[in-house]
Design a binder for this molecule. Structure first.
Ligand code: GLU
Length: 284
């Protein structure tokens, strides 16, 4: 009953951040982009925009696309960064074209951990988002992988976390993380048939965090359940609702916003001590 009420409230969300990962954007067998899926994703986002909502897309895929273009599998950081530079441009070219088909304007925003830690650059990023959204533009966000070096941990680590930071910067009221799994389970459902699906998390306590940790290293773990729970702590404490849903079929986006029962819903409860810089590792 309570869940129905929460789901009903999702219809009124005004500013929605959607995150899609590299694995959801590519064909497993060939490593090529799944253009049909990208097209459907863009259509879903344009439809939310047409309903009068503000929309932000956090999309991975820069490095994967760059690797495919150059036909390399790099281990060295500079080569990975070159791949990101090449792949990000290609990715944006495709998004740009797809959004234009539906008469929407998109913009690229690339962030780094330093952007958030430094109060001046964080304010600049916030102002840019504010202005873009006021202009009715759909920002497409990624980490600036050309300058963020994963090997020295100078990064957000993953785009789940980045998307929770973007939700805070934009003052979003809903974050949708598209995953390869239906949502949060008590255990990895692929190895434990008794694992139970959790449709609603009203209060994100330690017991839920352990569900992510327990599955690290399994498929659910590499699918990033602990990363998603980490993102949830940021979103929820900033007062933003968050959903983990299966992005296999991206029509799940409009179903969620229609208040239908898909994915795990985490209820946002603003913590007055919330400090975004603290969450990215360095408090000022
Ligand atoms: N920023 C990376 C990329 O676009 C992906 C990070 C992630 O998938 O979490 O290639």
């Amino acid at each position: 009953m309570k869940e129905l009420k929460y789901r009903e409230l999702l219809k009124d969300k005004k500013r929605i951040v959607v995150k899609i990962g590299s694995s959801s954007l590519h064909h497993m067998e060939t490593g090529e982009l799944n253009l049909t899926k990208m097209e459907r994703l863009v259509r879903e986002l344009c439809e939310l925009k047409n309903q009068g909502k503000d929309v932000v897309l956090v999309s991975s895929g820069a490095i994967a696309v760059g690797k495919k273009i150059l036909n390399v599998s790099p281990n060295e950081t500079p080569m990975k960064q070159a791949c990101a530079a090449i792949g990000q441009a290609r990715l944006m070219m495709i998004y740009e074209r797809l959004f234009a088909e539906y008469n929407h304007v998109t913009a690229q925003v690339l962030l780094t951990k330093q952007t958030i830690v430094n109060p001046d650059s964080r304010l600049n990023a916030e102002n840019t988002f504010k202005e873009l959204l006021k202009l009715g533009v759909i920002p497409v966000v990624n980490e600036n992988d050309t300058v963020a070096v994963h090997e020295v941990e100078d990064t957000f680590g993953d785009n789940d976390f980045l998307s929770s930071i973007v939700s805070v910067l934009t003052g979003a009221d809903l974050l949708i993380l598209l995953s390869d799994i239906d949502g949060l389970y008590t255990d990895d459902p692929r190895s434990n048939k008794d694992a139970k699906f959790i449709p609603l998390v009203e209060s994100l306590d330690e017991s839920y965090m352990l569900m992510g940790k327990d599955t690290t290293g399994s498929r659910i773990g590499t699918g990033g359940m602990s990363a998603k729970l980490h993102a949830a702590t940021v979103a929820v404490n900033a007062g933003c609702d968050m959903i983990i849903a299966n992005g296999e079929d991206v029509s799940v986006i409009h179903k969620i916003v229609e208040g239908r029962n898909h994915g795990t819903l985490f209820i946002g409860k603003r913590d007055d001590r919330f400090n975004i810089a603290g969450y990215v590792g360095m408090t000022r």
